[in-house]
Structure formats: structure tokens, C-alpha cells
Design a protein around this ligand. Sequence first.
Ligand SMILES: Nc1ncnc2c1ncn2[C@@H]1O[C@H](COP(=O)(O)OP(=O)(O)OP(=O)(O)O)[C@@H](O)[C@H]1O
Ligand SMILES: [Mg+2]
Length: 501
Amino acid sequence: MEEILLKVEHVSKNFGATQALKDVSFTIKKGTIHSLLGRNGAGKSTVVNIIAGIYKQNSGIVTLDGNDITPYSVFERQNMGVKIVPQHASIVPELTVGENVFMGIWPRKKGGFVDWGKLFIDAEKELRKYGLDVDPKEKVRNLNGVDQRKVNIIRAMHGGAKLIILDEPTTALSSVERQELFVFVNELKAQGTAFIFISHYLQEVVELSDDVTVIRDGRSFSGSDGGELNEERLASLIAGEEVELINREKLPDNSGRELLLECRNMSGHILKDVSVKLYRGEITGLVGFPGSGARELCRTLFGLEKMTEGEIWIGGNEKVGIRNPSDAMKNGISYVSYDRHKEGIVGLMSIRENISLPSLYTTLKNKLGFVDMEKSRDISEHYFELFHVKANSTDDKLNSLSGGNQQKVVVAKTVSTGPKLLMLDEPTIGIDIKSREEIIENINKIAEEDHTSVLYLTNDFDELIRTVDRILFFKNGRLEKDVRNHGLSHEDVINIRDSVG
Ligand SMILES: Nc1ncnc2c1ncn2[C@@H]1O[C@H](COP(=O)(O)OP(=O)(O)OP(=O)(O)O)[C@@H](O)[C@H]1O
Ligand SMILES: [Mg+2]
């Protein structure tokens, strides 16, 4: 008999009129990995925030080692060994990496002063252990979103814990980094630490979990492995129905298509002599390891990275200069970054305000220079529905939405500007399996009906081959291969990626 560590019993929670959890129960055994699954807005973050003491439940109890922990604060629960890595970074951006890693438990000299020397040396050790190559004296605000996420994880791992809650820890990580994280998690598990793991990647859930609980319609369904954990079964448990995978009917070629944009001999910090033509209505996939040039192509076309040589032509006859995102937007180019949580949204503004933000100074302005509120409402309603954002209305504040629903708003916002070139960098990260298909369907529609050219970057090759007409393979800054997707398989993509250059 495995020992029980934590029990959630008949927990309910509402936020105003929103009933986030109705009756949720599950049991975490010592030294096991327990995955928590459900659609965007199902209540996963809510329940783990209740376990960590960040939110208080309306009814039900949570017990740790048999004792009701409801009266205890977040801090007291941390000392009892319950630690959480929240869905969005909770680090303090103005402090250094080292200070963040040891938050609140900084080493002190006799007399009580913080021992900075020791703090940074210890921090360096912790960072290296997890393979994070950043300076412990760097301010966290200067790190990219992925590294901020890692600092968060290292902080929770440090100092031992009975239960570590990882709320979508892998969303911003590359496949190599994921594997590193899993090795780390399994090591701690072997030493007796239990984990609650939240993820929309069913493959990694199956790989990692001992037990799973699915939350749907505010209620929970639990099960354990014994061979019954497979992706298909989990998918239908999560969605409450069979999820049909969208498979785009691929364009046979781009003959007769209107040329939208051409890069001629483009070079930059990473890019080397890249020439490529992008056509209207075509969805082009980008493949390559981090630093290969795949992501840098998008970032350069959006003016986030400097082009040192080469030219960008639009429509075959106009040479354009793109020095910053505003230049890019003026030329009808938009970009949803993989790091979107950092740059994309304003939490205290409503969904409507967020969606209309980029159009405020262009399409939404009437002749007198005032913002056309009615049009703003129409546009945001349209995209709110198109992307099935789960909220009461477009007046809801963005930070009252679940993580996945915030991301849908970011994608909606970018699409709502009606770009000629839409660049999507990992657009379905953090998105549940059913919503993912809805997004892919919308992208197809946008390519087909609005004749938008789409650049699509994802590490999920199963998703890629269902979605794109053609794939550009990058290595060491160079565009090495341009392949049409006539029935490519996942393995084909890996083989080509590994053979180029
Ligand atoms: N602070 C809040 N104020 C109002 N409503 C909230 C708040 N936090 C969460 N909610 C609502 O509670 C519900 C559950 O949200 P939660 O964040 O737990 O979902 P989730 O399962 O973590 O989803 P995701 O996969 O998108 O992260 C949603 O309808 C959300 O809008
Ligand atoms: Mg969440």
C-alpha cells in the first residue's frame, strides 16, 4: 500500500458568478507524479492554487499527511513542504537571479547581514545543476521568458519538498529542455518527492505520470496507469467527446499564387544569406533547432532583430525597410511570439480592449480621430467567438481568464489586424487539445479566405505536418531546404532536419 501524502476532498470554488470548481476530489501518493488534466478554464490552476494556499476554497478540505491544512498560509505550507511553480512567473523582476533562487532564505553572516558572496556562489551551483547558463548577478527582468520560468522551477526544487506543483512547466521549453526537466523530476521523485504536473501535452503526461486526474465541468475523474493511460483515452476524457484532428488539404504547389513577400540574401545576427519567397494563401512551416534561423526569420521580418545585409520586397515591386515592429505592422506583417506572455497582453484591461489594442490607431480611428467604439466591440466580439474564448463576456479583465484563454486572446488580437503575413511561433502552446484544433481550423480559414500568407513555427511535428503546405528547414542560420508537404510523416521531418547542412 502506497502512503497517501495529500488529499483534496469535495473542493468547490467560485469567483463571483463563475463556478470554477464544483466538486473536485483526488489523492496524491508519496513519491509519485500525478498529472492534472482538463481544457483551458477547467480549473486546474485554481485547484493547485488552493492546495498551495494562494486561494481559499468555498467548501471541501485539503489534507496533508492526514491533517487539514485549510488554516495555513502560503508561507506556512511552503515550510510544510508544499511548493508551487505557478503558471506564470512569480519571480521578482527587479531582483537578481541569485536572490530569486533563494527567495527569503538568503544565507546570512554572523550579525544577520546577507552573505552576498555565498549567495551568488550557491546560486551559481544551483543554476549549473539544472543547466541554466545565466549570470546569478543578472536582474531577472533582463532574462527571456523561458529562463525566467527556469529560475522559478529551480527555486521550488531547491531546499527539498514533499510536494512540488508544476503548473505547465514545459510550455516554453524546447524538447531537449523538457527532457532535462523530466530527468530532474524523476530524480527528486526517487528521493520521495511527489509532484502535481499540469500539461496539455498528452505524450509527456503518459510518459511521466503514475496517476492522472481529469477535471471537466468542475468535477474530477481519477485513474492510474496499469496500461490504461493512453493519449486517445485521455483526449476524450478531457474534451468529453472524441477530438477530431484537422488535416489541411495541402496546396499542390504555389504556381498561380500571388507573391506576397520576398527575402533576398538576408543576413543578420544569426541569419546567413537567406532567400525565400512567400505566397498568399500558403501556410509555410519552419523547422530548426533553437538558434538555427527558423525563429530568427520571423523576428527579423518583424523588426525585432537587425538585418545587416539583404533586402525585403513586398508584392514583387516594392522594397521595404523593417527596422522595428511598427514598420512591420505598417507593411501588414504581424507576429505572435513564443514568449507571448511577456509582451502580448495587458492584464488589467478587458478582452475587448486587448483585442482592439493594435487596431486602435489604424482601422478603428474615424475621420475625426476618435476611436470607433462600436466597431471595436464588433471586431472583438467576432474574434472572441471565433477563438472560443472561455469568459462571461468581452468585458472580462484579461487576468481573470485561465492561461490558455489569455493565449487565445493574444492570437485573436494578432489575427484581428488582418495581416498579409501572419507569423505564428508555437501558437498552440498551453492550448488544450480541442481548442488547438479550433485554432488550426481558424488559421486554415484565414489563409484561404483572407489570402493571408502564414509562417508557422512549432516543435510539434505531428501538428506541423497536418497544418502546413511546405516546410523550410534551417541550420546554422541558413535556409537549407524548402520541401513541399506531400504527405510527409513525423519521421520524414526529423530525418530531413537531421540530414541538412
Ligand atoms: N482571479 C480570477 N477571477 C475571476 N475568475 C477567475 C480567476 N481565476 C480563474 N478564474 C476562472 O476560473 C476558471 C478556471 O480557471 P483556471 O485558471 O483554474 O483554468 P485552467 O484549468 O488552469 O486553464 P488553462 O489550461 O487555460 O490554464 C476559468 O473560468 C477562469 O476564468
Ligand atoms: Mg492554468
